[in-house]
Design a protein around this ligand. Structure first.
Ligand code: AOS
Ligand code: ZN
Ligand code: ZN
Length: 386
C-alpha cells in the first residue's frame, strides 16, 4: 500500500460517536433557545444521528444519556438504530440531576444516597446489555464548595467503593470510562478533578476501567496531548469527549476554538496507535444557537481534518530531525502536515466511500431539515436544566 493509500484507509475506518443530547434543544442557565424540528424522543434523535452518518460515513454510533433517553424498551431502541444504519454507543449516567445529589452521589456522606447513585449506574449496565453498548461513561458532579465541608479522603474511599461495585457488574467486552473535570458544579474540590485521580481509580479497578479525556475539562494552557500520550502509553485511554472551549466547559464544536490543539491531540493518537486500539472518539457538545445536524456534521469533519493532518506527518523525517537535535526542522515537519489543506483528500476519500464529497452541502439539499420541521412539533430539551 502506498503511504497515501494507508492514510485514506485509516480515514475510512475512523469512527466518531455523536451524542444524543446534541440533537436536542440546549442552552445556558440563562436561556434555552428552542429550534424547529428537533427530536421529540430518543428514537427521533437516532433518526437525526443516522443522517450525520449517512453524509459523513464515519459516525456509526450514538451515545445515550440516562434518564434523558429513557424508554420502555431498549432492545427496540437498539433495533431502531440498526434499522437506520447506526448503533448505540456509550451509555452516559446521570448522578447530578436529582435533589438527593446536593452533596454528591457516589461520594455523598449518606450511604442511602450512595446506594441510589450506584443503583442508577447498575441500571445503566442493564441498558448496555439490552442495547449492545460496550461502554459505561461516568462523569460525577461530586465535590465540595467550602473547605471543611466534607472529608476529601473519605469521599475518595466512597468513590472507590461505588466504582468497584459497578465494575464487578460489567460483562464480557464491557468497559467503564471514567471522565474527569477540573471544576463545576463544585468549586472547591471536585472528586474526580484530573486525569491522575481518574487513572489511579482505573488502575485499581482493572483492565475494564479506562479514562475519558473531555477536551473542555482542563485548566487553560494544559497540555492535553501530553495527557493523551501518557494514557495511551499506559493502555488507559478509553476515549475522548471532544468539544471546544474558549473559557471553561463551553461544549462548542470541536476544532472551532483551537484546531491546532486538536491536530496535536490526534497526532499523539496516531503516534500511540490509538486507532488500532479501543479508543472511543466521542463528541460531547451542545448546539445552542446553531443548527444542530449541520453543526454535528461540521464537528465530525473537523475531527476528520485534524486526523488527516496527523496521519500526514512524515514520521521518518520527524524522527531523523529529532535524532539530529534539529529543533527547527522537527517543528517544520510537524507544521508542514498541519498546514496541508486536506479538504481535497477528504473529498476523494468520501467519493471512494460512495458518498457525496461535501457532506454539509449534501445534507442541506436532501430535504431532511424541511421534513422534520414540518413533522415534529414540540422538540425535546437536551436535558440540562430540564
Ligand atoms: C460534564 O461536564 C461532562 O462533560 C459529561 O460528559 C457530559 O456533558 C454529560 O454527562 C452528558 O451526558
Ligand atoms: Zn464530557
Ligand atoms: Zn463537560
Amino acid at each position: 500500500m502506498t503511504e497515501l493509500a494507508a492514510v485514506k484507509a485509516a480515514l475510512k475506518t475512523q469512527a466518531v460517536e455523536t451524542p444524543s443530547w446534541a440533537y436536542g434543544n440546549s442552552g445556558t442557565r440563562f436561556k434555552v433557545f428552542a429550534q424547529a424540528g428537533v427530536p421529540r424522543d430518543p428514537f427521533e434523535k437516532l433518526d437525526d444521528a443516522a443522517k450525520v452518518h449517512e453524509f459523513t460515513g464515519v459516525a456509526p454510533t450514538v451515545a445515550l444519556h440516562i434518564p434523558w433517553d429513557r424508554v420502555d424498551d431498549y432492545a427496540a431502541l437498539a433495533a431502531h438504530a440498526e434499522k437506520r444504519g447506526v448503533r448505540i454507543g456509550a451509555i452516559n449516567s446521570n448522578t447530578f440531576q436529582d435533589d438527593a445529589y446536593k452533596l454528591g452521589s457516589v461520594c455523598h456522606p449518606d450511604p442511602a444516597v450512595r446506594r441510589k447513585a450506584v443503583d442508577h449506574l447498575l441500571e445503566c449496565v442493564d441498558i448496555m446489555d439490552a442495547t449492545g453498548s460496550h461502554d459505561l461513561k461516568l462523569w460525577f458532579a461530586d465535590g465540595t464548595n467550602y473547605p471543611g465541608q466534607d472529608d476529601v479522603r473519605s469521599r475518595q474511599d466512597r468513590l472507590a467503593e461505588g466504582l468497584a461495585e459497578v465494575y464487578e457488574r460489567l460483562g464480557e467486552g464491557q468497559r467503564m470510562l471514567l471522565e474527569y473535570k477540573l471544576f463545576e458544579p463544585a468549586f472547591y474540590t471536585t472528586d474526580v478533578p484530573d486525569w491522575g485521580t481518574a487513572y489511579a481509580h482505573c488502575l485499581k479497578l482493572g483492565e475494564k476501567a479506562q479514562v475519558v479525556v473531555d477536551t473542555g475539562h482542563h485548566a487553560p494552557g494544559t497540555n492535553i496531548e501530553f495527557i493523551v500520550a501518557t494514557l495511551l502509553r499506559e493502555g488507559k485511554l478509553g476515549g475522548f469527549d471532544f468539544n471546544s472551549r474558549f473559557y471553561a466547559d463551553d461544549d462548542l464544536m470541536v476544532g472551532a476554538a483551537d484546531p491546532f490543539q486538536l491536530f496535536r491531540i490526534m497526532y499523539e493518537v496516531v503516534r500511540g496507535d490509538g486507532f488500532t486500539s479501543d479508543v472511543a472518539f466521542m463528541l460531547d457538545q451542545c448546539h445552542n444557537i446553531e443548527a444542530k445536524i449541520p453543526a454535528i456534521i461540521r464537528s465530525v469533519m473537523n475531527v476528520q481534518e485534524a486526523t488527516a493532518k496527523a496521519l500526514l506527518v512524515d514520521g521518518p523525517a520527524l524522527a531523523a530531525a529529532q535524532a539530529a537535535g534539529d529543533v527547527l526542522e522537527a517543528n517544520a515537519v510537524l507544521m508542514d502536515a498541519y498546514n496541508t489543506d486536506v479538504r481535497p483528500l477528504l473529498r476523494e476519500v468520501r467519493e471512494e466511500m460512495g458518498l457525496e464529497p461535501e457532506p454539509l452541502k449534501a445534507y442541506r439539499s436532501c430535504g431532511w431539515a424541511e421534513k422534520v420541521v414540518a413533522e415534529r412539533v414540540g422538540g425535546q430539551q437536551a436535558g440540562w436544566g430540564a
